[in-house]
Design a protein around this ligand. Structure first.
Ligand code: IPD
Ligand code: CA
Length: 268
């Protein structure tokens, strides 16, 4: 075993876990596309009336959960649709079977399957699959990030915040949305423009690809951010929580390293 003592897996093992995440994300994404029309007859809401869940979200998570039950029976799971499970191995999987459910519901592009696995040192392997665009983003720790077969790098040529394209997202909670809107009033005049795609996982992948200069959002869940966080970091982005540890809701910022501090200053 050549891996660092504080990492649960060797580089080759993380690469295998990345391949497993890629395979499961592909299957779940293909299922969701195929089942979309039927799935829309079974729609419910969760934390608020804005927060939709469809039968496809549940079926895709169930598919991934059952794959993990046979391939990785000792690992823990944290899933958006509730397939949580304790583990004994030290590995934890974070599942967002459809990140961007509102886009899925309205038949808009910009929804993905997001899967990551962590150990005590953080996220070690992940995959984000966009079945509409046929884009597979993936990464493993110190192994780089790819989109299909091409390696990903964050944009480093944007010289200032005033010339930067910044993405964000909004919570389902109306009070939190009010403060998110107030922050936008402050930020929008200071940047080139703002984007709101509707999938945190894809937002982080677009940061990794250099399609955005930065992305921030308050109050994400672990399953929203896990896979994209690793992909963005492996592509050279700086990704951190700006709120103190344990303070909720956490504010996530991912950015090209040269823009991070200036943007952090404005949004905190
Ligand atoms: C949501 C999306 C959205 C973000 C929300 C998330 P969901 O996840 O990632 O972009 O702004 O905070 O909850 O509900 O589509 O899985
Ligand atoms: Ca999500």
């Amino acid at each position: 075993m050549s891996h660092q003592p504080d990492s649960l897996a060797s580089p080759a093992e993380w690469e295998n876990l990345r391949a497993l995440a890629v395979a499961m994300a592909t299957e779940a994404g293909q299922m969701a596309i195929a089942d979309r029309t039927d799935a829309l007859s079974l729609v419910d809401t969760k934390s608020s009336i804005a927060d939709i869940v469809t039968a496809a979200d549940k079926a895709a998570e169930e598919h991934i959960r059952s794959r993990l039950a046979s391939a990785r029976p000792d690992d823990a799971i944290v899933g958006e649709e509730g397939s949580n499970r304790d583990g004994t191995s030290g590995f934890t999987w974070f599942l967002d079977p459809i990140d961007g459910t509102t886009n899925f519901f309205y038949d808009l592009p910009g929804w993905v399957v997001s899967i990551a696995v962590s150990d005590a040192n953080g996220f070690g392997a992940s995959a984000v699959f966009d079945p509409v665009a046929d884009e597979m983003y993936s990464a493993h720790r110190n192994g780089g990030a790819t989109l299909n077969d091409s390696s990903l790098s964050v944009r480093t040529s944007t010289p200032s915040l005033a010339q930067s394209l910044v993405a964000t997202g909004f919570s389902y909670d109306s009070d939190r949305r009010r403060s998110q809107a107030q922050l936008l009033v402050e930020l929008l005049p200071q940047v080139r423009d703002i984007r709101r795609l509707g999938s945190a996982a894809k937002d982080l992948c677009l940061l990794a690809k250099g399609a955005y200069d930065a992305y921030y959002e308050l109050g994400l869940n672990s399953w929203d951010l896990a896979a994209g966080w690793l992909i963005a970091v492996e592509a050279g982005a700086r990704v951190e929580f700006l709120t103190a540890e344990g303070v909720q809701p956490a504010l996530l910022l991912g950015a090209a390293p040269n823009l991070f501090d200036e943007l952090a200053e404005i949004i905190t």
